[in-house]
Design a protein around this ligand. Structure first.
Ligand code: HEM
Length: 493
């Protein structure tokens, strides 16, 4: 045998090894998850599963999910499923360590969110560990209903909220003035978090003097960790930092709770907050609520109550300033409101906020476009048959509202910021879900819209916004500019 033949043989050998490894990896390894999760369901169920792919052992489809969300095309994850398997509106996958079903059609999403008999909360384990086992997601359906009645009344309905208008105005006006006098540009997103954080702590903690602003930093870590794809409690990981932040926040809430528990009744100077309602409440057996539950509820409300609003408000400001014509119209509306106002009136009224129709459309359009939150997580309590497919008992169900909001069939030119698309348009059931639907609909929807409307009123009338890095990349899955929206705020002449 010549040395040339030996060389050729080696090349063939290497090629065969590469092809073999490829076949093994993609043919065998890729099938393991499918066998593990799907085949064991039994023939009848496994043939009626929605189309899709269960990804790799252990990690499922997390790599393609993260790749999509780290790219400039976060929708490529869902678009890829649609491209491969057609417009079924329901796909099987494996994410966050669980076999899962993604639903992204309006009808199916509504069904999942409104049927409490068949579906329960199913957030990733990172979220459960961060909000605590006993939390708004961890109580029984009947306990959840009772807690919601108690907690939602003071922040639901614009009338109930009208008593906070003056307070929100004070915070907004003083923040704006502070920003103008800042010699260097501000991180707009961070500053907005302070605004929404101050509002929510006032409402929930009452006269919460001892609750410091620096806590907002720890909440930011908690928020990042809640959807952590790798719930690994090892130094250096986001999830580890989030758990550390949780400890600090719980330690800060606890003494506050103790103080209110023992002193509140007899001190007429203490303003009551949600914390007091929780301390007075009784559970289904007539017992006081457990300390752990109260702490976790407060933690959850304070987290949900400021991070989301701050993100949406920042995008609203960015979109408006990226579209001068829309900005002009929004400003004109505010000027009209001021013109109609009797000269004796100081500050905004609820009625005036109701008249901000154009701004309200801009807020809705922002929520449609910016994709917060990424998805709503449920778990099937039983095998569920929908549209001829089976959602197996115990599997997670991800309501992909981002997919619905970006569907070109529902919203023509879905990537464009067009508040006018809401003119005389009432979305069909399930087509617009920024606050979810059903018994777990966001209780803070009205509060967050009031906060944004009050802010925009003063901002549009008196200030100019200039982004320092307009092309700063966007971080996902909770979309935010990587530079936290560094901007210069100046007063209009
Ligand atoms: C623009 C701002 C906001 C957005 C986009 C938003 C979005 C949502 C969504 C989609 C849900 C439903 C989650 C699910 O079905 O699993 C939800 C639930 C929730 N939100 Fe909001 N939210 C916002 C502001 C607020 C505010 C200001 C508060 C506090 C006052 C709040 C407190 C909550 C709570 C406690 C829940 C859980 C409700 C339950 O499970 O019964 N959110 N939010």
């Amino acid at each position: 045998m010549t040395s040339k033949n030996v060389e050729l043989d080696s090349v063939w050998l290497i090629l065969a090894a590469v092809v073999g490894a490829y076949v093994f990896l993609f043919g065998f390894l890729k099938k393991i998850n499918e066998w593990y999760y799907v085949i064991r369901l039994g023939k009848k169920k496994h043939t009626s599963l929605p189309p899709g792919d269960m990804g790799w052992p252990l990690i499922g489809n997390m790599i393609s999910f993260l790749r999509a969300f780290r790219s400039h095309e976060p929708d490529s994850f869902i678009n890829n499923l649609v491209h491969r398997y057609g417009q079924t509106g329901i796909y099987k996958t494996s994410l966050f360590g669980n076999p899962s079903i993604i639903v992204c059609s309006p009808e199916l999403s509504r069904k999942v969110l409104t049927d409490d008999e068949l579906f329960e909360p199913g957030y990733p384990s990172s979220m459960t560990k961060i909000l605590g086992k006993k939390s708004i997601h961890g109580v029984s359906n009947s306990e959840h209903r009772r807690l919601r009645k108690l907690l939602v009344a003071p922040i639901n309905g614009r009338e109930a909220l009208s008593m906070y208008i003056g307070y929100i105005e004070d915070i907004v006006i003083s923040s704006l003035e502070e920003w103008v006098h800042n010699s260097s540009p501000i991180e707009f997103l961070t500053e907005w978090k302070k605004i929404s954080y101050n509002i929510i702590t006032k409402i929930f903690m009452g006269s919460a003097d001892s609750f410091s602003e620096s806590m907002a930093e720890h909440y930011a870590l908690l928020f990042q960790g809640a959807f952590s794809p790798l719930a690994i409690d090892v130094p250096g990981f986001t999830f580890h930092r989030a758990l550390k932040a949780r400890k600090i926040l719980v330690n800060a809430i606890q003494p506050h709770l103790d103080e209110r528990r023992y002193k509140n009744g007899d001190d007429p100077n203490i303003e009551k907050g949600m914390i007091d309602l929780l301390l007075e409440a009784k559970d289904e057996d007539g017992e006081e609520l457990e300390n752990e539950l109260i702490v976790n509820l407060l933690l959850g409300f304070l987290l949900a109550g400021h991070e989301t609003t701050a993100h949406v408000a920042s995008w609203l400001t960015i979109y408006l300033h990226d579209h001068p014509e829309i900005l002009r119209k929004a400003k004109e509306e505010q000027e009209e409101i001021v013109k109609r106002r009797p000269s004796s009136q100081k500050g905004l009224t609820l009625n005036e906020i109701r008249q901000m129709e154009y701004l309200s459309k801009a807020i809705d359009e922002t929520m449609r476009l910016c994709g917060i939150p990424l998805a709503l997580f449920r778990k099937a309590k039983d095998d569920v048959e929908v549209n001829g497919y089976t959602i197996p008992k115990g599997w997670k169900v991800l309501v992909w509202n981002r997919g619905i909001h970006k569907s070109s069939e529902i919203y023509p030119n879905p990537n464009e910021f067009l508040p006018s698309r809401w003119d005389n348009h009432k979305p069909k059931a399930g087509c617009f879900l920024p606050f979810g639907a059903g018994s777990r609909t966001c209780p803070g929807a009205d509060l967050s819209k009031i906060e944004m409307s009050i802010f925009m009123h003063y901002f549009l009338l008196n200030y100019r916004f200039e982004r320092i890095n307009p092309s700063s990349p966007v971080r996902f899955p909770s979309p935010s500019p990587q530079d936290k929206c560094v901007a210069r705020i100046t007063k209009l002449p």
